[in-house]
Design a protein around this ligand. Sequence first.
Ligand SMILES: Cc1ncc(COP(=O)(O)O)c(C=O)c1O
Length: 412
Amino acid sequence: MAVATTALTGLRADFPVLERRVNGKPLVYLDSAATSQKPTAVIEAMSDFYRHSNANVHRGVYALGREATEQFEGARERVAAFAGWEAATTIFTRNATEALNLVAYAWGRQNVGAGDEILITEMEHHSNIVPWQLLCQERGARLRYLPVSDEGTLSLDELDAVLAEGRVKLVSVVHVSNVLGTINPVAEIVARARAAGAVTVVDGSQAVPQLPFDVSDVGADFYAWTGHKALGPTGIGVLHGRRELLESMPPFLAGGDMISRVDFESSTWNELPWKFEAGTSAIAEGVGLGAAVDYLNEAGMEAIRAHERELTAYALERLPEIPGMHIFGPLDPGRRGGVVSFALEGIHPHDIAEICDREAVCVRAGHHCAQPLMRRLGIAATARASFQLYNTRADVDRLVDALHDARSVFGL
Ligand SMILES: Cc1ncc(COP(=O)(O)O)c(C=O)c1O
């Protein structure tokens, strides 16, 4: 069977890199959680921009400059609409990491003080841990972690218990875990945190490319994601923020484009979203991200979710055929995204990834930038396969074959 969901049949051909052969074998790319492949539409949108419309934005009084600005700001409008948010409070950053740092610096330094608490979870990516660690160290605040159960889920009762102590100023939580695949009930978490008076941040880096979602439904004050995991280019991320908060916050980075007026002693700030976009923007990358969300819209986020859910279910069915297999995270495909982390008894995850590579199967091995979670799970690393709309059941079969090979290489 070529593809899991007929609605997406044929889209694989839109991704030129997937035509490559490695070690004489057709490439199987199972590392989209690290970065997704890019469709021709995105590659061409960026190339067309440089060939025909390149100029700096927001300044040129000439036609080319106006055209570049229209393309860049048009992309922002489509990206915002894709997320169910308004363009003026949709800020382009370099990536999700920068979006989270923006909140930690600009909101955090103004609002967090000694004795306050920031609550995150044990399943966060380093990008949603370290900015809060720095903030807490600087302001004398306390960083707390909501525990992860053995099944890889969070407990809302435990959330309520921490919130009830009354010291939590901000809650930041990942929407879909890049290790466990867990889909967290973010709307519920946000509602409870808000009722307790906390500001809320959601890291949607893994959710945006695979779930139908709407930032307004999630209800968070800030929602961060990253373009390169959502079929877009590297170098561009997104922060959707609540207007009142963005307006009251000081700038994050300072320089050109983010000012209204600069005097010798002081300056005033540009309107949203440019107040938070210092310096020349990643213009072609913005245009590329616009093309990526057009592509995702056309494929249909419902169809993408159905496809990834079916592939994940298939992987969860086939992987346990391999002796010594241990899978992390919830086993119900309805509760997880298209990310499957696993360990094989007797073989280090790096050896798994290396042997898979001989078979042209790309999987990730390591701590996946989630070292506290690895500690919680009592391991140093996992292997991880992750899916996108271009993957097929045949890709999962190739992975399973490669894992059998790995066992024989190790004499198991
Ligand atoms: C859950 C999660 N958050 C944040 C990030 C950081 O994304 P970026 O490196 O694009 O900033 C990643 C990337 O792996 C991720 O998986």
